[in-house]
Design a binder for this molecule. Sequence first.
Ligand code: ADP
Ligand code: MG
Length: 621
Amino acid sequence: MSKREFQTEVSQLLQLIVHSLYSHPEIFLRELVSNSSDALDKLRHLTLTDDAYKSVPFEPRIDLTLDEESKTLVIADTGIGMNEEDLVAHLGTIARSGTKNFLSQLTGEAKRDSNLIGQFGVGFYSAFMVADTVEVVSRKAGEDKAWRWTSDGRTGFEIEPAEREEPGTTVLLHLNEEGAQYANSHRLQQIVKKYSNHIAFPIFLTFDKSEWNEEKKESEKQRVTEQVNAASALWRRPKSELTDEDYKELYKSVSGDWEDPLFWFHTKAEGSLEYTTLFFVPAKAPLDLYQAEYKVGVKLYVKRVFILDDAKELLPQYLRFVRGIIDSEDLPLNVSREILQQNRVLTSIRTASVKKILAELKNIATNQPELYLRFITEYNRPMKEGLHNDYANREALLDLVRFKSTKVEGLTSLADVKSRMPEGQKSIYYITGGAESLLRTSPLLEIYKRKDYEVLILDDDIDEIVFSGVDTYGEIELKSVNKASTSEDLTDENEPDQSEALKPLLDKLKAKLGDRVKDVRASVRLADSPSCIVSNEEEPSLKMQQMLRAMGQSELPASKPTLEINPDHEIVKKLLLRSDDEVMDDAAWLLFDQALLMEGVALQDPATFVKRVNRILSLSV
Ligand code: ADP
Ligand code: MG
């Protein structure tokens, strides 16, 4: 017998499971059953596609055996099984680096969320919530030897040779105090129905059933074996036969989520391609949504046979929060990951699925605005990623994303913004480059306020990148108010052009600021502020440049902003009359620096800024 230690991460995870996740220990059964189901899927796949396994018999079943007396529960399957190496690799370490990352990030309250276990595929260890010893006896299909893995879930595990007549895996739980409640056949049936009803394979329960004996006039116990689950690929049944409860149950079993889904889209396509898709949207965005190694939520089946559950090509990346099933009639069973990427059938299914999902979302947005709000509160950001990446569906996506704006509380759609446009407003405007509070008080908004034009507040850090690539909404141009050229369509023909009168001052200011600015010019966009900064076409905003530098992009060419001066502002009017050089010097830099501050850009030389402020202050006190 060899004794081995758990990988450090496993020990951490076990600590976490045993100490923090007691709220729903019943999920241990869902996890073990789904592992058995995965193992059966894998073996079926091999027997259908790999000649070496053609002769291996495939008699899929999952057997739960309960011994109430000794408080033991056995979960056995006729699946792919594990050899010695597999046992060490799969039950002694955490193979997925995503799970490691996740563990290191997990702190505080999040630890108590049992949801995480299933979501991150660390399911097997949940057995230690209910058992103080777990034994796994397994024999890999195609091999003769069997192995026993034993652990108390504390420091390590032992492995020794064992006997098993057929390939497959048997998990034996010695139930602990907490687990004793599951030494009850009713309870087990209930849990299997709740989580595993639609597992495609039959699940049997063997237990002591009390039955009334008419002759003896007393109830007596009998050992019986009964099938517990429905074992149907529910998504292949017609919609009309399915209830909301059916969908919710299936969702929970495919996603490992606790909560009901927000909604789902079930589609059966017939015609040149035949397939069924069932997509669910989780009520809460999956926790790994923004991790590079997110878990794919859509499983691929071919003619009800499970093929893959980690193919990132099934849906575009921005829809990675979608959970569910794609079941195709036309793909070959032995379709490989490499083939998938350029498979025409799959490409068509994917294209149609995206269209379908976006159309259904639009439908919900129109007909169930409250539900849609719940959706977009969770998923606005991935939908914006879609705007950036999915050119073919840009129009649809533009109708789905939502915005903060100067005119409404909460979120608004572009369609609504368009419908509110007053006469004379030619474009839809937005502002980017910082936190919401900063954007809302930006001097750049003053003219729009005066004209009663709405401005979208794009405060998400991906907004500037996403929307610099979106030029129009239908026929209407989308324009950033941060850009120098955007004021062109704001000038009022009736207003006199003041740049001539201002020119001497502008020239002086420009001379003072030297090569820190591209230009100094009269502004049409300011009302209350004396100055503002705008960026030049095709250049990222100052704030964005600051961010890119912070992220290590030192190559960025230094770009110069344009300083705009408000001709109607008192300071500017007074400055026009001054000729003393020192005041002009301070004024130039203060007008520039305050505009930078309002943009949320850090000053290069705060000390000099303060000196100037104090000099000006001392003139007036
Ligand atoms: P996941 O199922 O998400 O991979 P688990 O912790 O539930 O994570 O299981 C870890 C691994 O152990 C599985 O990926 C699988 O390789 C192996 N395994 C667990 N149970 C079984 C089983 N009944 N038959 C074969 N392999 C299994
Ligand atoms: Mg699992």
